[in-house]
Design a protein around this ligand. Structure first.
Ligand code: NOJ
Length: 570
């Protein structure tokens, strides 16, 4: 197994507008991130993924870029970006940025020129058609058609909001401009990129008519514009022209990459270092369907998806493991959705630690999303006016159009909104949780008043203290090598087959390297669970407990939401 800095890294994802507001205007900024570097260092993380802070009208919170070379003035300046990169690097923290190159903002000068002048060279940077009546009628990811008409009567294509026109990747000059921009950022000291929506860049430019799949007469864009054949050459070219030239890391948002293509994506000479898998984080929704459409899922299915991904990636490369990100509700609410309020209050911290344990010690690089280390839970919205997220608003409209009631539509938003993860980071008990002295751009969380960095730093039993311990174990303990490079084996399923019947509630896996074997056990339910027969209980009695979310770690019976990591002796 080839050693790489990014395999050993623990990533922390920052949503800059919600992290820390240093200049007191109600929105987070780069200076704010810089001021919190000591916190990040103390936490133990070694790399940051910072979401977009480029110039943007913020229709999709920065995923609509109007200038790739400049920083949105609300976040700071390009000098601040350079200083932040320097400061992070000096503190042993690498930084990767979000690369949003499937689309730009409609305010980008390229698009403005393209609309103003049909003859402009920028017209072909985007996907324009004079008449779309006989072309694919697709539903964009945020609802409504992918085609929007401009003043001159022509139409442009957008996979996401209408303010996010898709770039035309068939245009070589455009591709070259993008590569120049990527290389420029690499020269500024970034260590790589998270690639946004990258599996959408290839389209069938003939846009053949398709069958509608909803009452709006449209068909899901994902069904026709994701991983379209021909994408491989473009991804290879980009790698060759940019980050493939150095020791950089790339992690791609690439849903739906089929198993047989994984080698090409993340194999030895793959397009990327890692890709994010969505099979377990989107387990609670039907892909491409309205959030309002109910979906039941079982722990068994979750387990299967999680370990299937581990199995597949094991054959080819390296996983990017995550519980949360800026597009997801908080993980406790998602994975423990049916739990009664009282139980939730009682066990929330235990659950947060159990989820953390389950994910953190999987084979691959862990990504922690801001606030996850505090055990943050979803907030509650009382009206749609409080919801900022463009996707949530689109989902609400779509649900109504599909015949759901307002209550059902709103319930779905409250359950799934991306705003849950975007509430301000909670630093202390001051006004706005110390995030800003001004009214924040988005309301603070209404549920988690106790989850602050200051409180949890002083509490040895807190979720934050637990995360620090997990990070130390993975990176700075005698077991670090095994946690990072060890093989992962599902105890009950082996790698491929069922070895022993096991309580559905239990997740069990080992990490092994040479003579070292670590056993990770998590109970996903509020019921006690017995260990399967294949576990040698007598050996466990003797084994050392490396970390546990109960004061006295488990032995033969695993308590509600219990998580424990053992060092087994051979
Ligand atoms: C995926 C990003 O994670 C999300 O936040 C964004 O809205 C879309 N891509 C469009 O860029």
């Amino acid at each position: 197994m080839e050693r790489k800095w990014w395999k050993e890294a623990v990533f922390y994802q920052i949503y800059p507008q919600s992290f820390y507001d240093a200049n007191g205007d109600g929105i987070g900024d780069l200076q704010g991130i810089m001021e919190k570097i000591p916190y990040l260092k103390e936490l133990g993380i070694t790399a940051l993924w910072i979401c977009p802070f480029y110039c943007s009208p913020l229709v999709d919170n920065g995923y609509d870029i109007s200038d790739y070379y400049a920083v949105n003035s609300e976040f700071g300046s390009i000098e601040d970006a350079r200083e932040l990169l320097k400061c992070a690097n000096e503190n042993g923290i690498r930084v990767i940025l979000d690369l949003v190159i499937n689309h730009t903002s409609d305010q980008h000068p390229w698009f403005q020129e393209a609309c103003a002048d049909k003859e402009s060279k920028y017209r072909d940077y985007y996907i324009f058609r004079e008449d779309v009546s006989r072309l694919s009628q697709l539903r964009s990811n945020f609802g409504g058609s992918t085609w929007t008409q401009i003043r001159d009567g022509s139409w442009y294509f957008h996979t996401f909001a209408k303010e996010q026109p898709d770039l035309n990747w068939e245009n070589k000059v455009l591709r070259k401009e993008l590569y120049t921009m990527i290389n420029w950022w690499l020269r500024q000291g970034v260590s790589g990129f998270r690639l946004d929506a990258i599996t959408y860049i290839q389209k069938d430019m003939s846009f053949p008519p398709v069958e509608p799949d909803g009452p709006d007469g449209l068909c899901d864009v994902m069904k026709h514009c994701l991983n379209v054949p021909g994408i491989e050459e473009k991804l290879l070219e980009m790698r060759r022209e940019t980050y493939g030239r150095g020791d950089f890391v790339t992690v791609a948002e690439a849903p739906g990459v089929p198993a047989e293509k994984l080698e090409a994506y993340i194999g030895e000479n793959g397009f990327f270092s890692m890709i994010f898998d969505f099979s377990y984080t989107d387990i609670d929704i039907w892909i491409g369907e309205a959030w309002a459409k109910p979906k039941k899922w079982s722990v068994e299915e979750f387990k299967e998806n999680l370990f299937r991904n581990q199995r597949l990636v094991r054959e080819t490369g390296w996983a990017a493991n995550y519980l949360e990100n800026h597009d997801q509700p908080r993980s406790i609410n998602k994975y423990f959705a049916g739990v009664e309020k009282e139980q939730m209050e009682k066990y929330a911290d235990t659950m947060a630690k159990a989820l953390g344990t389950l994910f953190f010690f999987l084979r691959g690089t862990p990504f922690i999303y801001q606030g996850e280390e505090l055990g943050m839970r979803n907030t509650v919205f009382s009206t749609m006016e409080e919801v900022n997220d463009v996707n949530s608003r689109g989902q609400y409209e779509r649900a109504l159009l599909e015949g759901y009631t307002e209550e059902e539509a709103f319930e779905a938003v409250n359950r799934r909104s991306r705003d849950h993860a975007r509430c301000p980071m909670q630093w202390n008990d001051n006004v706005n949780f110390g995030f800003s002295t001004e009214k924040p751009w988005i309301a603070c969380n209404r549920i988690c008043s106790k989850q602050t960095v200051e409180r949890e730093s002083q509490d040895k039993q807190s979720v934050l203290s637990y995360y620090k311990k997990m990070i130390r174990l993975r990176n700075h303990s005698p077991y670090a090598e095994t946690f990072v490079y060890g093989d992962l084996i599902e105890v009950v399923y082996g790698n491929y087959e069922l070895l022993a019947p096991c309580d559905e509630a239990l997740f069990l896996y080992t990490r092994t390297l040479g003579h070292e074997k670590l056993l990770i056990i998590c109970n996903f339910t509020d019921k006690q669970a017995a260990l399967p027969e294949c576990i040698d209980i007598a050996a466990l009695e003797q084994a050392q407990i490396l970390i546990s979310n109960y004061e006295e770690g488990a032995r033969s019976v695993i308590r509600p939401y219990e998580a424990v990591v053992y060092k087994l002796d051979f």
